[in-house]
Design a protein around this ligand. Structure first.
Ligand code: CAA
Length: 241
């Protein structure tokens, strides 16, 4: 039986790349969306067999077009992983409007843009899996991240509301909340700040992208149909809620 087509935003690097790989291993055609890094996109395509599409997830119309293209190429979309995200860390009293807006648009508006583009099709086919990659920091707050925490907390509210709307049509909507994971994003932090944070993780180490991806693959499966509206932490015990 043909597996559902999946879209993974930010799907060619970091956590998104691990999710693309996991969904490919589970047999899904995957449309991995990227924004700027051509080299990483081509490598992802070669190594995973995913189809890669360049699109700005902040742009509503670009998302609509990209979904249409992916559906023409790979078939109706049954799974969306809203993973694309950026940080623009800084204390609020120094934060520019631009840094506030860029983070909100990339991390939160993108969830609306992608979900809106696929929802009618999922409703018509009575199946859907939407997985939003939020963050431990959207749950607990983090010094220097008012923009990021607002966006990530917003994703959790979005997840719960859409989970109610989709349920009767067999569309589940869940969030995964990673803690500190070994990626380019955490590698860009000041080493002394990162060290302080790692000391707060009971497992004594950062997480791996694959440890997020395996959960996303499960939530994407038919077997996970009774998990809906959940926010699942994957943070080594750093924050329990
Ligand atoms: N709590 C309280 N006060 C703090 C603090 C904290 N956690 N961190 C810093 N401060 C204080 C400092 O002691 C300093 O105070 P004084 O001026 O009185 O000495 C003041 O705040 C300014 O601190 P910095 O020198 O660090 O200021 P900065 O402007 O150079 O840097 C910052 C600010 C960039 C936000 C830096 O604090 C930082 O990088 N914080 C960590 C942000 C973070 O965790 N980002 C995660 C990125 S990865 C990610 O987001 C993925 C995910 O989902 C988990």
């Amino acid at each position: 039986m043909k597996k559902e087509t999946a879209i993974v935003t930010g799907g060619t690097r970091g956590i998104g790349l691990a999710i693309t790989k996991a969904l490919r291993e589970a047999g899904h055609p995957v449309a991995a969306i990227y924004h700027g890094n051509e080299e990483a996109a081509q490598k992802c395509s070669r190594e995973t067999g995913a189809s890669v599409y360049k699109a700005d997830v902040c742009d509503f119309e670009a998302c609509q077009k990209m979904v249409m293209m992916a559906e023409d190429d790979l078939g109706p979309v049954g799974i969306v992983v809203n993973n694309a995200g950026i940080t623009k860390d800084g204390v609020l009293h120094k934060m520019s409007l631009e840094d506030w807006e860029n983070v909100l648009r990339t991390n939160l508006y993108s969830c609306f843009n992608l979900s809106r583009a696929v929802m009618q099709g999922m409703r018509d086919r009575s199946f859907g899996r939407i997985i939003n990659i939020t963050s431990i920091n959207g749950q607990k707050g983090q010094f220097g991240q008012t923009n990021y925490c607002a966006a990530k907390a917003g994703m959790i509210g979005f997840t719960k509301a859409l989970a109610l709307e989709g349920a009767a049509k067999n569309i589940t909507v869940n969030a995964v909340a990673p803690g500190y994971i070994e990626t380019d994003m955490t590698a860009a932090m000041k080493p002394e700040v990162l060290q302080t944070i790692v000391k707060q993780i009971p497992t004594g180490r950062m997480g791996l992208a694959e440890e997020i991806a395996s959960l996303v693959a499960y939530l994407s499966s038919k077997e996970a149909g009774f998990i809906n509206g959940a926010t699942i932490p994957v943070n080594g015990g750093q924050y329990m809620c």
